[in-house]
Design a protein around this ligand. Structure first.
Ligand SMILES: [Mn+2]
Length: 431
């Protein structure tokens, strides 16, 4: 039986206060959707099983290059992090798995870690390698790169780390490795673009050779930072080349924040789906660059348009379509548990909105060049408040109708603050 972080009775009591009103809203929305040819129960069923992974580093307070302002009761280690993640899932019902990051989450006994996670009702999503910073007692420095470093021994160290991550992941029951590197250059002329990329591909192929047959590898592109002139895996085109060079188990990961402002991310998603190379997502939001703001907090319409492409692919049974969904954001001024719950619900919201798009009407409008009609169909779905669907999906499963209110009423943060001493700094994780 799953160990719960908050007493299920407490959640039930909180839900009882708002259940009737939520059911009433759900019925009203159901009537509205029925007039539009949509069955609300079917949408609820699909939302109910839709999950997004929580990154282990997300439950700690994040920071910037300038400072980090710790919060109370921050997790001290991966076992504390798992408890926070379990609470997020218990209340939201939207985050059934955790994505670990090595070496931040390294433990002597991964089997024990798997057991603890599973006892808390959590699975393990993709494992993430880290060759963008140096660890204590590391032989070779990543100051000038890792998988694409000019030095053979440094490259091998980075390759070995990724292979070790696969081993950890196998012990945990993960089925994917995500690779993001900070490799690049800060000055024109500092590196030879082609030779550096050749070295990256050569290293990536050596990692790929160790991939178990039922695993996938996701490579993640990022336009800039920490390198500010050029980045080896800069854009989705480079990422697609990598996935193609590596083979059938290699896919591209799209982090929403890793693009220039105004880039049409939903079209990138469509291209990767069309050519069978969409691996998954790191959800977050941004205003200026890789801001790592909460998912859906700045541009919820873009999030919806991304999900519109995903639902379109489901609708058309696109080949090799099985994207992984993960949050990847930095919580600098909020309680990370609250941010992660809201963000997971925003992802579900975008999915639900995309499910109610009138696709036959959209295709008809596209066929007959009705630009205004087509865009109105999307806007109609986006403007629909699907909150009652999400809330009832949670209520049905014993999760919280109002996760934030229940969390605040539970006193969890105050309770853990007493047993988790404040830490001055930590792994904020801006990747
Ligand atoms: Mn990311």
């Amino acid at each position: 039986m799953t160990e719960t972080i908050i007493d299920a009775e407490f959640i039930a009591e909180q839900n009882a206060k708002v259940l009737e009103a939520t059911q009433s809203d759900y019925r009203a929305l159901g009537e509205q959707l029925a007039r539009r040819g949509k069955n609300i129960d079917e949408i609820k069923a699909r939302v109910s099983t839709f999950g997004v992974a929580v990154p282990s580093w997300g439950v700690g307070t994040g920071g910037t290059r300038f400072a980090r302002f710790p919060g109370a009761g921050e997790p001290r280690h991966i076992f504390d992090k798992l408890e926070d993640c379990a609470l997020i899932h218990q209340l939201s019902g939207a985050t059934p798995s955790v994505s670990l990051h090595f070496p931040w989450d390294r433990v002597d006994d991964p089997i024990e870690l798997k057991g603890r996670g599973n006892a808390l009702g959590l699975g393990f999503d993709a494992v993430n390698s880290n060759t963008f910073q140096d660890q204590a007692n590391q032989t070779h420095s990543y100051k000038y790169g890792s998988l694409s470093h000019a030095d053979t021994a440094t490259r091998q160290q980075a390759i070995d780390h990724n292979i070790e991550c696969i081993s950890f992941g196998q012990a945990l029951g993960s089925k994917a490795l995500t690779i993001w590197v900070g490799d690049g250059s800060n000055f024109p002329g500092q590196t030879n673009f082609a030779r550096q990329f050749e070295r990256y591909l050569d290293s990536a192929k050596k990692i790929y050779a160790h991939l178990p047959p039922d695993w996938r590898v996701f490579t993640e592109h990022k336009m800039f930072e920490p390198a500010f002139y050029s980045t080896v895996v800069q854009d989705w085109g480079t990422n697609y080349l990598i996935a193609t060079e590596l083979g059938d188990q290699a896919f591209c990961l799209v982090d929403l924040g890793h693009h220039a402002p105004n880039v049409n991310i939903e079209m990138i998603v469509s291209r990767l789906i069309q050519f069978g190379k969409l691996g998954g997502f790191h959800f977050n939001d941004s205003k200026y660059g890789d801001d790592d703001l909460d998912t859906g907090s700045i541009d919820p319409y873009r999030l919806f348009l991304v999900f519109n492409e995903l639902v379109d692919a489901e609708h058309n049974a696109a080949p090799d379509f099985n994207p992984a969904h993960m949050l990847d954001q930095s919580h600098n001024v909020t309680d990370p548990i609250e941010s992660l719950m809201v963000s997971a619900m925003e992802v579900q919201r975008a999915y639900a909105q995309a499910l109610i798009v009138n696709r036959p009407a959209l295709e008809h409008a596209q066929e007959f060049n009705d630009a205004l009609g087509a865009t109105t169909i999307l806007k109609t779905a986006f403007r629909t408040d699907v909150s009652p669907i999400l809330a009832m999906a949670r209520a049905d499963k014993g999760n919280s109708i109002d996760p934030i209110a229940t969390y605040r009423a539970s006193g969890y943060r105050v309770r853990v603050a007493k047993i988790r001493p404040a830490i001055a700094s930590g792994t904020s994780g801006i990747v």
